[in-house]
Design a protein around this ligand. Structure first.
Ligand code: 5AD
Ligand code: SF4
Length: 457
């Protein structure tokens, strides 16, 4: 029998950026325990599915994947990792013939080598789904691939218990990493050539370590020499102190961009969701953000069809979207998650047809807003960080992001990955901006011309 040192692991990642980041941690844990990694499932002795259970009815999807993997290669060992680990533990215990070999929850990745060794030596299925109040993986240096942006989890877990959300149950309580340790990581990343860091957390702005809050941490990260861009996701509207907004405005390397989930625009629904703010408070916060940082890019998440949401209440969400004019929005149909308070207390009573119609109407509204806002950026100059030297459609074009997080497509010249260039925006669709690179003297000419136009108009 092979020892684990000779085994090759293939990891398939589902869901959010935190899961992508966790996969980078898992890779490091495996490498330092002498596992091999492979990018090809067919070469793998072990397949790990790093799962997400936030929205889709993913149980069925993962079950099908497990059967598919076993069918392709009978002796592949399969592990279910991440948010669905707890669900699958029950499945495993109730249905011994279900072909999963091991299960590890989001706080158990360091035990993976032990779990796999025990599996190999005993031939028995293994699991560890214990949630920890302390595990932050701050001692693990993730195995990253992308050379421009690096994700850094600064806190894990969530204490908010929004009634629709499974995260507090699957990922446990909030805990934050020591600021010094995060700053050291950012310094290392700059040395390794990364230009941007994105600070991650289920509830990123409720970061707290001893006397340090999120604004303190942002200041420390922003002070790291050589870090060009800092982003963070996802904040909760309840933790937005004015001092954070002023810091964002003052610091050139903190991007003027916020992804701030609204979820719903109606007070009764927001209360039932346990979001702790009402419609007016959200609108006031957006007004304050825009008054401090006028060119801010704001995106959001929305859930339609939360239990008992009426058509009239849905129209409040529509109204907030019209008033705020988000740059983009992710719009989801409510889907009942096991164990959540909503699942226990409120029947999922909005019809599928109503949910669908509400999603379509919000998407139509947002598409028009995004197109209009992108069109307004034509003839402006944007600083673009180059993230890819080709696009899906062409090898003659490259792609990057403006500070507000919009994708900008530019004709390829001699740019390199990670360059920051000035671009004149020449065209726009609802999803992307198109631009041309400006050389220094052109930039001067264009700004002068625009000033003249302004004087003459
Ligand atoms: N149903 C639909 N959408 C959900 N989200 C979280 N839980 C649910 C659910 N049960 C959405 C929220 C959150 C995003 C990550 O996923 O909008 O902000
Ligand atoms: Fe879920 Fe709410 Fe926590 Fe976000 S803040 S992870 S939606 S419980």
């Amino acid at each position: 029998m092979l020892t684990h040192e000779q085994k090759k692991v293939f990891i398939e990642t589902y869901g959010c950026q935190m899961n992508m980041y966790d996969t980078e941690l898992i890779k490091s844990i495996l490498i330092s325990n002498q596992f091999g990694l492979t990018e090809k499932e067919s070469d793998a002795d072990i397949v790990m599915l790093n799962t997400c259970s936030v929205r889709d009815n993913a149980n069925r999807k993962i079950q099908n994947r497990v059967h598919e993997i076993k069918k392709a290669k009978k002796n592949t060992m399969i592990g279910v990792l991440g948010c669905m680990a707890t669900n699958f533990k029950t499945e495993l215990l109730e249905n011994k013939s279900f072909p999963i070999d091991f299960i590890a929850g989001p706080d158990s990745y360091k035990t993976l080598p032990t779990l796999i060794n025990s599996l190999i030596s005993s031939g028995k299925q293994q699991y560890d789904v214990t949630l920890s109040e302390f595990e932050t993986y701050s001692d693990i240096n993730p195995t990253r691939q992308d050379g421009v942006n690096a994700w850094i989890a600064i806190m894990r877990g969530c204490n908010n218990f929004c009634t629709f959300c499974v995260v507090p149950y699957t990922r446990g309580r909030e805990r934050s990493r020591e600021p010094k340790n995060i700053v050291e990581e950012v310094k290392r990343l700059v040395k390794d050539g990364y230009k941007q860091v994105t600070l991650l957390g289920q509830n990123v702005n409720s970061y707290r370590y001893e006397q340090y809050d999120f604004t303190d941490l942002m200041k420390m990260v922003s002070d790291v020499e050589g870090i060009e861009r800092i982003r963070y996701t996802s904040p909760h509207p309840k933790d937005y102190p004015v001092k954070l907004l002023h810091l964002m405005k003052e610091r050139d390397n903190i991007c003027n961009q916020i992804h701030m989930p609204l979820q719903a625009g109606n007070d009764r629904v927001l209360h039932k969701m346990n979001r702790t703010y009402d419609k007016q408070e959200f609108l006031d916060l957006v007004t304050q953000i825009k008054s401090i940082i006028p060119n801010i890019g704001i995106s959001t998440d929305i859930i339609v069809g939360f239990p008992t949401e009426t058509e009239e209440e849905f129209l409040d969400t529509y109204d907030v979207m019209e008033q705020v004019q988000f740059d983009s929005a992710f719009i989801f149909k409510y889907s009942e998650r096991p164990n959540t308070r909503a699942a226990q207390k409120f029947p999922d009573d909005v019809s599928e047809a109503d949910k669908k119609s509400r999603v379509i109407r919000l998407n139509d509204l947002q598409n028009n807003i995004s197109l209009k806002k992108n069109h307004n950026l034509i003839h402006t100059t944007q600083k673009v960080l180059i993230e890819s030297l080709s696009t899906k459609k062409s090898n003659n074009e490259i792609q990057g992001r403006a500070e507000c997080n919009r994708i900008v497509i530019i004709p390829k010249e001699k740019q390199k990955l990670g360059d920051t260039i000035n671009c004149l925006i020449t065209d726009a669709t609802r999803n992307v901006l198109k631009g041309v690179e400006l050389k220094e003297n052109q930039e001067f000419a264009i700004s002068t011309k625009r000033n003249l136009n302004l004087i003459h108009s």
